[in-house]
Design a protein around this ligand. Structure first.
Ligand SMILES: Nc1ncnc2c1ncn2[C@@H]1O[C@H](COP(=O)(O)OP(=O)(O)OP(=O)(O)O)[C@@H](O)[C@H]1O
Length: 252
């Protein structure tokens, strides 16, 4: 049996890269994500913010195939991808990083990337592609080093190289900047911007507000599973409901 691409439900030429319509995720009686809608275009960076437990990670997982939405619709280039498994999403052009980096410790840096390159390439072409990914993230000089020896900042870059090796059109970044020192943060910010400039659509969850505000073209703030604010970084940062969500309500 041959596997076919999901059926187009919108005009694939004009549809945004990613669209979510009324996505809901329920764990038993808890509604972790309440009917969230959003859209991401090519080359655009969407930042997801919100206090702890707001539902950011659950939404992120629901959009990237790691949690099945209870209700709602997710489309990628106009095709229905609701509940589609991550490996199938990777073939369509969707990749993600993980909050906790999980390199194959016994493999070299380039071998770690090579594993992902085999999705699209074989043999020498795969090796060349893996080296190109290391050049993009600034790890080419570490190619033969065991991954276990990399410090945190370089592990994050390796994580990014592995995601890029899948040649994504859409990239989900899960807290790739938190925990880095300021120079490493600045380098990662530059790198993420350069990926968007290449046309990759990016959805990022990040706790460092300043990073989200610097990088994002568009920001969504969640609280208690709901979207409470959306717009430019400046709009969301000055929205009283966002300030209240972060500071808590003295009247409660
Ligand atoms: N697998 C699960 N089973 C049950 N409840 C869950 C599960 N995953 C998340 N939750 C709950 O869903 C709610 C939203 O959690 P989520 O991790 O998505 O929030 P978050 O905004 O990413 O928080 P943080 O910033 O602390 O990571 C929380 O109440 C959490 O306890």
């Amino acid at each position: 049996m041959t596997t076919t691409a999901p059926h187009p439900i919108q005009d694939t030429a004009t549809a945004p890269l990613l669209r979510a319509e009324n996505v809901r995720v329920q764990f038993g009686g808890l509604v972790a994500v309440k009917d969230i809608s959003l859209a991401v275009k090519s080359g655009e960076i969407l930042g997801l913010i919100g206090p702890n437990g707001a539902g950011k990670t659950t939404l992120f997982n629901a959009l990237s195939g790691f949690v099945k939405p209870t209700a709602g619709l997710v489309t990628f280039q106009g095709r229905n991808i609701t509940g589609v498994e991550p490996d199938r999403l990777a073939r369509l052009g969707i990749a993600r990083t993980f909050q906790v980096e999980r390199p194959f410790e016994d493999l070299s840096v380039i071998e770690n990337v090579l594993v992902a390159c085999f999705l699209h390439h074989r043999g020498r072409k795969a090796q060349e592609h893996a080296f190109e990914m290391l050049e993009i993230v600034g790890l080419a000089d570490r190619a033969l080093q065991p991954a276990a020896e990399l410090n945190l900042a370089r592990r994050r870059r390796l994580e990014l190289a592995k995601a890029l090796a899948l040649e994504p059109k859409l990239l989900f970044l899960d807290e790739v900047i938190a925990g880095l020192n300021p120079p490493a943060q600045a380098e990662m910010i530059g790198l993420i911007r350069s990926l968007a400039d290449r046309g990759i659509g990016i959805v990022m969850v990040e706790h460092i507000m300043q990073v989200i505000m610097t990088l994002s073209d568009h920001v969504i703030c969640m609280a208690f599973g709901e979207k409470i604010s959306e717009g430019t970084p400046a709009h969301v940062a000055s929205d009283p409901s966002v300030i209240k969500a972060y500071l808590g309500d003295d009247d409660d």
